[in-house]
Design a protein around this ligand. Sequence first.
Ligand SMILES: CC(C)(COP(=O)(O)OP(=O)(O)OC[C@H]1O[C@@H](n2cnc3c(N)ncnc32)[C@H](O)[C@@H]1OP(=O)(O)O)[C@@H](O)C(=O)NCCC(=O)NCCS
Length: 208
Amino acid sequence: MKVLELKPLESEQLEATVELDRRSLGGMWTIEGYRREMNSPNSDLFILRQMISLPAPCQPPSSQIVIPEPMAIPPPILSSPVLGVGCVWAILDEAHITTLAIDPTFQRQGWGSVMLHALLKAARKRELEWATLEVRVSNLGAIALYQKFGFEAVGERKRYYQNPEENALILWRKGLQRSEFQQKLADWEQEIGDRLQKTGWRLQRNVV
Ligand SMILES: CC(C)(COP(=O)(O)OP(=O)(O)OC[C@H]1O[C@@H](n2cnc3c(N)ncnc32)[C@H](O)[C@@H]1OP(=O)(O)O)[C@@H](O)C(=O)NCCC(=O)NCCS
């Protein structure tokens, strides 16, 4: 079973996150943009990546060869690509979902749901009442994902996007502090886990 890790973005993964942003969003945020959100006390910025456990390095029995300390083999450095990113920004009692993207190779396997669920859970933990976001009116896949999580369209922002110019649909999700929402989060968590399992993945949440 492969392990999908959900964790807060840290400096070491900034470059890989910008690469994912280029692949999935066509270059929406720069490295400075991600760094700012990463350091902001008002934002939760998470990534998804595959966790790879390395086999222990082969070493001869200690009685045969003793490697002097300066020559000791350094631990293997692991760099795995960032495969998903999501950010939620808290302002007053609102949770603004400012980015959400999954690597094109891994879309339609439930990973966007993993990330959106994590962002909503983080928003509830911060005691926010509402979640909101803007999405291109033509982005029907993303809109379908948000609707699954109870988002509703409340209006449009005219010519909000450039290249190509397009209106934004404004979506809202209410009731984050209601007890039904807590139950919803638990149900989604179960569904998400089951779906991942069917494709050979297990989710490891390394978020507080
Ligand atoms: C939008 C995005 C994050 C969805 O990620 P994902 O991993 O594919 O989403 P999931 O697999 O969890 O999809 C869950 C549900 O959302 C809906 N959905 C997601 N992508 C869809 C698509 N392309 N077409 C139709 N429905 C879609 C479906 O209902 C899907 O459930 P199903 O697979 O059982 O039918 C991903 O397509 C992406 O990164 N797109 C590029 C960046 C982007 O547009 N981000 C949103 C900015 S607001």
